[in-house]
Design a protein around this ligand. Structure first.
Ligand code: G6P
Length: 463
């Protein structure tokens, strides 16, 4: 295949979730469709059609069938799907990556009870290492000489250490799309595993983060827990405006907007779009809305909270429990305040991208209140497609806060009453002030491009 180069050094991109996923071929030929997530919408368009090789885990049965074909081309990507034994993959992805590392980096543990590592831990950590080594072997096999290897995220911290042995000609960079655990949280992981993780990351030429705070948390952990001084760089990912605007203009989004409009009429809409995810702090967001209605009766019947929450990681038990708690809280709040013609909260738990983008267009206030978040692209996507000068109520613990604070209202994520106060301010904000802030936010978001983010990573490899 002859494709234009992305850069004068060949690039190999390595991530757990790929840009494309395949449907099971049981009923016909393998069919591909675009994968989910910010990495794909951000850099997919840059990489597509170039000679970049993207290596990703086979996560579905269809992916496994695609994996059997070696380097393939799908949706314009040069793709290598890596199939690992399903039990090993489950331990590495659900137990270690999502059940332990995600919790450490986002501060989600319930320390009097969790984490508690039992006899099953060593096997889980071995599986994590095995998956990382399988990725390293795949890179070693397909990477052109002196290629730059861009490793993404917490699933793949041990790839570079192995590649240093297998392919010393490659330059590896790591990028974390999450925050990084400060020493006090990382120390909760069994000591040897924590040290191996940090050594694995330090084996890269540099480790990148969306904010200076996450980079500092990483270097603190590396120094205190492993005596290491790794090189870091800071490069926030940006949203590709064309990609999200195309989604907003699509007929499916038009239809979803008409449905939404029929439901909300001319009421003020507080909106949120999230994965149904513990770090996103959905529960306190609904409790803050409850408090708003209690404190300010004038908003009853006038304001509606619309939430599009798409299900995530059903393999992690804490997520299912969190979903139950959220659904119970929403039912109680609707019961308490709702009337015959007004449902205070409309919560949809399904993967409905057109509906999510329609909500981004129609929302009057966006609540983005994560406990801790690597960046949060929803905030900038909403800014790019919103048609009503929406007010952004943004957690100071989201990586996006560093860039957007000039135009956003600040939310302290644990302060439910304070969040209610911010929502009150947002709902009542005069049109002129909304406009002023929307112009600032639009300017900031449009000034950054995914291409810059990618260039920063390649530069960090010394290329
Ligand atoms: C979020 C995070 C990424 C992470 C991804 C994994 O988007 O920001 O850092 O890689 O979740 O989600 P997944 O659904 O692939 O487990």
């Amino acid at each position: 295949m002859t494709s234009p180069p992305l850069h004068d050094r060949r690039i190999v991109l390595v991530s757990n979730r790929g840009p494309v996923t395949f449907t099971d071929a049981a009923d016909g030929p393998l069919r591909s469709r675009r994968g989910a997530g910010g990495l794909i919408s951000g850099i997919g368009p840059l990489v597509k059609g170039t000679d970049t090789i993207w290596i990703a885990a086979a996560m579905t049965e269809g992916d496994r069938q695609a994996a059997a074909t070696g380097v393939a081309e799908a949706e314009g990507f040069r793709l290598r799907m890596l199939a690992v034994d399903p039990d090993t993959y489950h331990l590495a992805y659900d137990e270690v990556s999502n059940g332990v590392l995600w919790f450490a980096h986002h501060g989600l543990w319930d320390l009097p009870r969790q984490p508690a590592f039992d006899r099953s831990w060593p096997a889980a950590w071995d599986a994590y290492r095995a998956v990382n080594h399988a990725f390293a072997n795949a890179v070693a096999e397909v990477a052109p000489r002196r290629a730059v290897v861009l490793v993404q995220d917490y699933h793949l911290c041990l790839v570079a250490a192995r590649l240093a042995v297998l392919r010393p000609d490659l330059d590896c960079v790591h990028f974390s799309h999450t925050p990084f655990a400060p020493p006090v949280w990382l120390a909760a992981i069994p000591t040897e595993a924590g040290r191996e993780l940090l050594q694995g990351l330090a084996a890269h030429r540099a480790c990148g983060f969306h904010t200076q705070q996450w980079a500092t948390d990483f270097t603190d952990s590396a120094r205190q827990l492993a005596g290491l001084t790794p090189t870091t760089f800071v490069a926030p990912l940006a949203t590709d405006p064309d990609d999200i605007k195309r989604a907003a203009a699509a007929p499916a989004c038009q239809e979803a907007l008409a449905t939404l409009q029929a439901k909300v009429g001319d009421r003020t809409v507080i909106a949120r779009v999230d994965r149904l995810e513990l770090s996103k702090n959905l529960l306190r967001g609904f409790l803050a809305f409850d408090e708003l209605l209690r404190q300010h009766p004038e908003h009853r019947g006038e304001v509606v909270f619309v939430a599009e929450a798409y299900p995530s990681r059903p393999g992690v038990a804490a997520y299912a429990r969190y979903r139950d708690e959220i659904e119970r809280a929403v039912a109680e709040i609707n019961q308490r305040w709702g009337t015959a013609d007004w449902e205070p909260i409309s919560l949809s738990v399904e993967d409905n991208f057109p509906a999510a983008v329609a909500l981004m267009r129609r929302g009057d206030v966006f609540l983005v209140n994560p406990i801790r978040d690597g960046l949060n692209l929803v905030a900038s996507e909403a800014i790019l497609v919103n048609e009503r000068d929406a007010v952004l109520a943004l957690s100071a613990e989201a990586g996006a806060w560093e860039g957007l604070q000039e135009g956003a209202l600040r939310v302290a994520p644990f302060d439910v009453a304070g969040t209610a106060g911010v929502l009150h301010e947002a709902v009542r904000m005069p049109a002129e002030e909304r406009r002023r802030r929307a112009v600032i936010l639009g300017g900031i978001v449009r000034a950054h491009t995914p291409a810059q983010w990618l260039a920063n990573q390649i530069a960090a490899a010394g290329a």
